[in-house]
Design a protein around this ligand. Structure first.
Ligand SMILES: Nc1nc2c(c(=O)[nH]1)N[C@H]1C(S)=C(S)[C@@H](COP(=O)(O)O)O[C@H]1N2
Ligand SMILES: [Mo]
Length: 499
């Protein structure tokens, strides 16, 4: 027995081993949970982004975009690995003091399991983190017990720590590949023959009406932008989902997924744009959504709301506050382009509020809280004023050289529910203007249009300027304004070179 104890104590340095255990734990968690809230790094990242000073978040997510978020995720990844490493190192130290084989390993596994359950609330998935950590910590005990020659024990210990580190890295790589699989949401949408036919007709109509311009996003976006407060999206089950209507009403109301999808629905084109995007940014897109008017849901619940406001809450702890009047004209949405809503866009149910900035179109919706008084939403608390109507914009993303030597320029124009009636292009920096070709209008009260224009290349560098007109003929304001806090304005200008 004393011999065993001595062997365990002598079994090599633990820093590499602890680190290996940390890596193995995070990797194992990812292997089981994938990129979902069950992955131990997810709650750490969410906590980091909620705790970040307002000024940082204001710009980090909306302006730095995915880069800010990736930095945050990386920080959370490193922190969690170190936390696990610390747990493994301390447990191993205690195990060596006790001198009974595998006590350290069992302790490390238990502690990591406990930490992971506390963070994620998912006891079974937490085994994905706990078991690899326990295993890594157990390796030196195994080697030490197996080594017969006392003189080689320390060496064996050192070698095994390196071996475990190598194995942990390999395991991490494997988990990264395997864990990045499957995703809920975005699957088949159960709907009647008739509804499916309508959806297909509308998608075909959008394809037909899209201008034939190389490199121009079609009228139904192929790559719809996302903006999220967390790197890891909620992973909500439709069967478990319900929407509760609470707050300043006589009695709470609950609506299940089946209740919602059992109601009469419509296929609707609705465009979205993020208040935080730069003037010629790319956070503006359009899709065909399967929607139920919120007015119908309220009627079904016998609610005739005359309160001022509503606070929508979501599974990622996001929340937004805006007028009940806007809510009444909004939609609950469970389908996108003929499929179930993809997880990234709010599966199983989100809201769409026509004409308003993207931020109030709450994804992974869980609750509608009726308020007697106005309050601040997630972004408003951080200084933004993004709950109102969108500003008018003509984006300019495409410059093509045609075979006949002419130049083709193109983009999208959007003015929310005010609509777009005309787009003008200047190829001399704003001196003279000509009408661009517009894509035919799609049905719907809140849909963008494409514009395109061709001209003879002037043979020298020139500024091309674009401006849109709203449905009633109002010209888009020329005044330049930054995105913060109410959305960018101004005419987009791009310098086009002669070749
Ligand atoms: N639950 C939740 N809803 C959300 C957000 C979010 O982070 N969480 N982001 C909002 C913002 S700022 C925008 S611009 C839109 C973007 O919708 P999309 O990701 O489907 O394009 O979702 C809004 N709804
Ligand atoms: Mo946004």
């Amino acid at each position: 027995m004393p011999d065993t104890r001595a062997r365990l104590r002598a079994a090599g340095p633990s820093l590499g081993l602890a680190l290996a255990a940390g890596i193995a734990g995070v990797a194992g968690s990812y292997l089981l949970a994938g990129f979902t809230p069950g992955f131990v790094v997810a709650p750490v990242e969410a906590t980091l982004s909620r705790a970040m000073p307002d000024v940082v978040v204001r710009y980090a997510i909306l302006l730095l975009g995915s880069l800010g978020q990736q930095l945050n995720l990386l920080t959370a990844l490193v922190l969690t690995t170190l936390l696990f490493a610390l747990a493994a190192g301390l447990s191993r130290g205690i195990g060596r003091q006790v001198g009974v084989p595998f006590v350290g390993a069992a302790l490390a596994a238990s502690v990591v399991w406990g930490m992971t359950v506390t963070l994620t609330g998912a006891p079974v998935l937490a085994l994905g983190a706990a078991l690899p950590v326990g295993l890594a910590v157990a390796v030196p005990d195994l080697t030490a017990l197996a080594a017969s020659d006392p003189g080689r024990r320390v060496d064996a210990g050192r070698r095994s720590a390196l071996g475990v580190l190598g194995a942990a890295l390999g395991f991490g790589l494997l988990s990264y590949v395997v864990g990045g699989r499957g995703d809920s949401g975005g699957g088949a949408l159960e709907s009647s023959e008739e509804r499916r036919a309508t959806t297909e007709d509308l998608l075909a109509e959008a394809e037909e009406k899209s201008l034939p311009v190389e490199g121009l996003e079609p009228l139904v976006s192929e790559n719809f932008y996302t903006v999220d407060i967390s790197s890891v999206d909620p992973d909500v089950n439709a069967e478990d989902w319900s929407l509760t209507i609470t707050g300043a009403i006589a009695e709470d109301v609950a609506l299940s997924y089946d209740d919602l999808t059992g109601m009469d629905s419509e296929s609707k084109f609705v465009s979205l744009r993020c208040v935080g995007e730069s003037l010629n940014g790319k956070k503006m897109d359009n899709a065909l959504w399967e929607v139920v008017p919120i007015a119908d849901v309220l009627e079904r619940a016998g609610l005739d709301l005359d309160q001022c406001c509503v606070r929508l809450r979501a599974a990622d702890d996001y929340y937004q506050v805006f007028p009940v009047e806007a809510l009444k004209r909004g939609y609950l949405v469970y389908g996108m382009n003929g499929e179930a809503l993809p997880r990234a866009h709010g599966y199983p149910v989100r809201t769409l509020i026509p004409g308003h900035w993207g931020e109030i179109n709450v994804k992974w919706l869980t609750e509608m809280e009726i308020l007697e008084q106005d309050a601040e939403g997630y972004w408003e608390k951080r200084g933004w004023h993004g709950t109102g109507p969108v500003t008018t914009v003509a984006k300019f993303h495409v410059v093509n050289r045609l075979d006949d030597g002419r130049v083709q320029v193109a983009g999208h124009a959007y003015a929310g529910t005010r609509g777009i009636s005309r787009v003008e292009v200047s190829t001399d920096g704003g001196e003279s203007w000509a009408d661009a070709t517009l894509s035919e209008e799609l049905p719907g009260e809140d849909v963008w249009r494409q514009w395109a224009y061709e001209y003879d290349a002037p043979g020298e560098e020139h500024d091309v300027v674009v401006r849109a007109y709203e449905g009633d003929g109002t010209r888009q304001p020329r005044e330049r304004r930054e995105a913060f806090p109410r959305g960018a304005t101004g005419w987009v200008t791009r310098t086009v070179s002669p070749e």
